[in-house]
Design a protein around this ligand. Structure first.
Ligand code: BT5
Length: 313
């Protein structure tokens, strides 16, 4: 949101504020104040104008200005009712130099997972991509995936969903009979030079207020609706962004937070990597997100791959 508009909104939220008082406080014309109030109304904020001035009656349920309002993290949010892929749009913004931008959508028509897999994104989910320009070497970028997984898991647990992370990027819920269902996935993309990334795009897809029937059947999936009922998507998205913002300041600390929220460690796993399949016990995750698997007594480090939790031997 534009800075002046944000300040107009904050001032109105604090109590009745007249146009002239706002104009003076923010050092803009009365016409400009009026324009911002109209734009906020167009965005779904209910603003009454009484004798004492403008009063904020309600905040829209979802959308860019709604998520920005009250957000305790420095992100600008661009909202789309429907878009092909928020990661695609975020890469475009990254190429234009954007920083700390979020592309958020109600629905994606061409959502993508890793390895160009399709990601189902029906209306009612939180599909968003963060554009970051961190001052880190490209090798550290996987830590942002871990941070996003921790942020989503914390937000889901606060909403009452018993979520846990499966290495590296899946947020899962274990149901009756031990079946793990996928609640959220993360797709991190980046562009970098030899020693420093230019940008990182962290795409986060969370099945929130959607029916599991709308999700693909090729692998078990679940949603917040299926687990605990519908939640306030605006608050949920804000919590994810705030947690992520806290975590990204200490990338090495992210690994500890990840361990606390993960279910993979100690499990028997099968990991498919570009070099083949590994069977063993997941014994650790190290910075920036490497899985350490004990394969018949030998510790093997895996930087990237698909991990399956196996039943105990
Ligand atoms: C992921 O890939 O888990 C990363 C998903 C990232 C999606 C976000 S949404 C916002 C942003 N914009 C994008 O275009 N993408 C990002 P992967 O680990 O490869 O998992 C993909 C597999 O998960 C698919 O092959 C399906 O089996 C399954 N799947 C697809 N859609 C799903 C859904 N909505 N919920 C649960 N599982 C799903």
């Amino acid at each position: 949101m534009q800075e002046t508009r944000r300040r107009v909104l904050d001032a109105i939220a604090e109590g009745p504020a007249t146009g002239p008082a706002l104009a003076e406080e923010l050092d803009v014309s009365r016409a400009a104040v009026w324009k911002h109030v109209e734009a906020l109304r167009d965005a779904g904020f209910e603003i009454e104008s009484g004798d004492d001035g403008y009063v904020l009656e309600s905040v829209p349920e979802f959308g860019g200005p709604a998520v920005e309002y009250g957000l305790e993290a420095p992100f600008d949010v661009e909202y789309h009712g429907s878009i092909d892929s928020t990661n695609r749009r975020a890469r475009e913004l990254a190429g234009e130099g954007a920083e700390d931008a979020v592309v958020l959508a109600d629905e994606q028509t061409g959502g993508r997972g890793r390895l160009d897999r399709a990601w189902a994104s029906p209306s009612g989910g939180i599909w968003m991509s963060l554009v970051l320009r961190p001052d880190v070497p490209p090798a550290h970028a996987p830590a942002f995936t871990l941070a996003a997984a921790v942020a989503v898991t914390r937000a889901a647990r606060e909403a009452g969903v018993d979520a846990r992370i499966k290495w590296p990027n899946d947020v899962m819920v274990t149901g009756e009979g031990g079946t793990e269902r996928k609640l959220a996935g993360i797709l991190t993309e980046m562009e970098g030079e030899a020693d420093r990334v230019s940008w990182v795009v962290v795409g986060v897809g969370i099945n929130v207020n959607v029916d599991p029937g709308e999700l693909p059947g090729d692998a078990p999936a679940t949603s917040v609706r299926a687990e605990v009922g519908d939640v306030d998507r605006r608050a949920f998205a804000q919590r994810v962004l705030e947690e992520f913002d806290d975590l990204r300041g200490d990338l090495r600390g992210v690994v500890d937070a990840w361990r606390e929220n993960a279910s993979t460690l100690g499990k028997r796993v099968r990991v498919e990597t570009a070099d083949g399949v590994l069977d063993g016990e997941a014994v650790d995750v190290t910075f920036p997100g490497t899985l350490v698997v004990d394969v018949d007594g030998e510790r093997v480090s895996v930087a990237a791959g698909d991990c399956e939790h196996l039943r105990p031997a």
